[in-house]
Design a binder for this molecule. Sequence first.
Ligand code: NAD
Ligand code: UDP
Length: 312
Amino acid sequence: MTRVVVAGGAGFVGSHVCDALIARGDEVVCVDNLVTGRLQNIAHLTDEAAFEFVEHDLSKTISIPGRVDAVMHLASPASPADFEKLPIQILKVGSLGTHNCLGLAMAKGARFFLASTSEVYGDPLVHPQPETYWGNVNPIGVRGAYDESKRFAEAITMAYHRMHGVDVRIIRIFNTYGPRMRPDDGRVISNFLVQALRNRPLTIYGDGSQTRSFCYVSDQVAGHLALLDSNLIGPVNIGNDTEFTMLELADLVLEVTNSTSEIVFEPLPADDPRQRRPDLTLARTRLGWEPMVALRDGLTPAADWFAAALGV
Ligand code: NAD
Ligand code: UDP
């Protein structure tokens, strides 16, 4: 039996990680201050003897009684809409929160797992992005709080590894979607699905030629567990390497939802990356992991979930 602290476990990805750990027989202590997470994401786990929820702001010191084998730090607001609304909370949880989680891991002799992001590559000048690329980030721009908080988080994780011998893992998550995303989180998949399901116009920012590569949440969680259980420090990219323009995504969403919504164009936000696609060579060769769910196949269960959440 392994006892895992999941920081940010009431969020979208974190709650699916909690599910997967419980399903394989681990004990989970979910720590979250609910700034962007929701209790309904973990409501189905609260009767499980192996699951515990602690409401706590990780920017403040954390103490967890008893044995801890791994600390998974997924806590951070993660939508570009949050970057503008919550920049100080993001910087605090990426810096102080990561420091506190590393301190907990060190005190318990536990493995530390950091959820980093493709945003460390910024608006990438290398395409697709391998882990060896150092990125192209505007530190003072509107995405800077998030990008730099994660770059700092990676740096302090490696410093604890080098100075204190903490056993660490770093994952770089690329755009992930699926059930339990907040319908109003402002990300493109949630926006398009909600707009399509309500027969409202799909809002494309810019001309829609920018690209992303979308990973279904079950693939993302499988990548998390593969890295957690491996002997690889990372960083390791986990995502899907099939790339779409936002125009292509809009067409696919309209098709999957059978919607008659029109498409409208709105201004492109500042520093919006032009293109993004992970180089997955490291994950494939060292973790034996592979994304399994094509975008068309993942959009259907995601749309079903949003339809139920919205009552449409
Ligand atoms: P989310 O907002 O749904 O989940 C984040 C969780 O962290 C929430 O439950 C939130 O309440 C909690 N949290 C934030 N600050 C906290 C604090 N100070 N103390 C305690 N809890 C706090 O976002 P998500 O999409 O599930 O992202 C999870 C992680 O994965 C984040 O670290 C994010 O940066 C990373 N990530 C996600 C994506 C993606 O596409 N979803 C892409 C790249 C990286
Ligand atoms: N986007 C869009 N319409 C929306 C929301 C987002 O065209 O309603 C675009 C956004 O400008 C970006 C891409 O979709 O180019 C992905 O945005 P998202 O917020 O999902 O995540 P990002 O990859 O930028 O962090």
